[in-house]
Design a protein around this ligand. Structure first.
Ligand SMILES: [Zn+2]
Length: 350
């Protein structure tokens, strides 16, 4: 089937009370790993590419690979999403390529590092919504600033410096009309999220619950939500790697988020760890091998295993066949008529 609107995927997830993993891709093996997992677990899925991925793989290579995934897996709803767009132009170029969803991360300035003002964020995000919705394309915004850095994007820091203010989240949703909203509740990008198992002092789940109560129609997004499991760290270190001990976001916390309005969960680090561990293992155990397929195949399998597990844990497993696809052109009509409007004043959520 053609690529599906992310909004439809998330609306269905809200109806079914589950979350949908958004997995980052840079190459063919990662896309295949996701499709192996989605087929095996019968899951709808969000595939996403950062600016760094689009540059690494080149737009056309990457997009054609996604199209191939959609063509080869007609029973799996796939949304293609731009992760952390830094400007209107980045989002526009993704939409022109055929992405069905974009994130405008206006929480940072165009350099992808410096926190912006609230007004700057509203302005650029609204501009992206005004361009995307008439084309049937979904928009995710971000309010508050996440910690850490990934693919050169991020403000750094612990993730607790700019947690989302619920009043601002409501105002932001009202003034931009975004479909989905990434909130900062103490999570960070990258592998080094927490230096101990996170508890209520670092992961502000109460804040998430408050925001969902006030914005029940805006799908919430958790970024930096890899769990960084110890067994994947151990494999890397066992075969010559040197990772410092680190903790990610426990799956139970993500599941609590899903019970409270989280519909999209971004996972990248866990897959990177699985791939690297599998490759290191082949290199260490069979140093005579030099055919890339000898290590890319186990790497692909290792990532597929992690993705399938997350799909089951997030609850999206088994839901691939629940609904028929709404064409993007119909989504555009839904936005034009106001039927898909999520602004609190218009859906009576206040
Ligand atoms: Zn992110």
């Amino acid at each position: 089937m053609p690529l599906v609107s992310m909004r439809q995927l998330l609306d269905e997830a809200a109806k079914g009370g589950y979350g949908v993993g958004a997995f980052n891709v840079n190459d063919m093996e990662q896309i295949q790993a996701i499709m192996i997992a989605a087929t095996e677990t019968k899951s709808p899925v969000i595939v996403q590419a950062s600016r760094g991925a689009r540059k690494f793989a080149e737009d056309l290579y990457l997009f054609r690979l996604i199209q191939a995934a959609a063509e080869l897996n007609p029973g799996i709803p796939i949304a293609m999403h731009q992760d952390h767009g830094n400007s209107f132009e980045t989002c526009k170029s993704a939409i022109e390529l055929g992405y069905t969803s974009v994130m405008m991360d206006g929480s940072l300035k165009e350099d992808g590092k410096t926190p912006s003002t609230f007004e700057e964020n509203v302005e650029v995000t609204r501009k992206v919504v005004e361009y995307a919705h008439p084309r049937g394309v979904t928009v995710e915004g971000e309010i508050g600033v996440l910690g850490g850095i990934e693919d050169g994007h991020g403000a750094g820091g612990s993730g607790l410096e700019h947690v989302t203010d619920p009043d601002q989240a409501v105002e932001f949703a009202e003034r931009t009309g975004v479909d989905a909203l990434a909130i900062a509740i103490g999570t960070s990008h990258g592998a080094y999220k927490f230096n101990k198992k996170p508890d209520g002092s670092v992961l502000k789940m109460d804040l998430l619950i408050q925001i969902h109560k006030r914005l029940p129609h805006t799908h919430l997004v958790m970024h930096g939500s890899s769990s960084v499991p110890k067994d994947l760290q151990d494999i890397i270190n066992k075969y010559g790697g040197k990772l410092n001990e680190t903790w990610g976001v426990p799956v139970e916390e993500i599941q609590l988020g899903i019970k409270n309005g989280v519909r999209k969960i971004n996972v990248d680090t866990d897959n990177r760890l699985a791939i690297t561990g599998a490759i290191r293992k082949v290199f260490a155990e069979t140093p005579d091998k030099f055919d890339p397929r000898d290590y890319l195949k186990p790497a692909r399998e290792a990532m597929a295993k992690v993705v399938a597990l997350r799909m089951t844990q997030f609850g999206q497993a088994g839901h691939a066949g629940d609904y028929t696809q709404i064409p993007i052109t119909e989504m555009a009509k839904g936005y034009a008529s106001g039927k898909l409007d999520t602004r609190p004043s218009l859906v009576g959520a206040k």
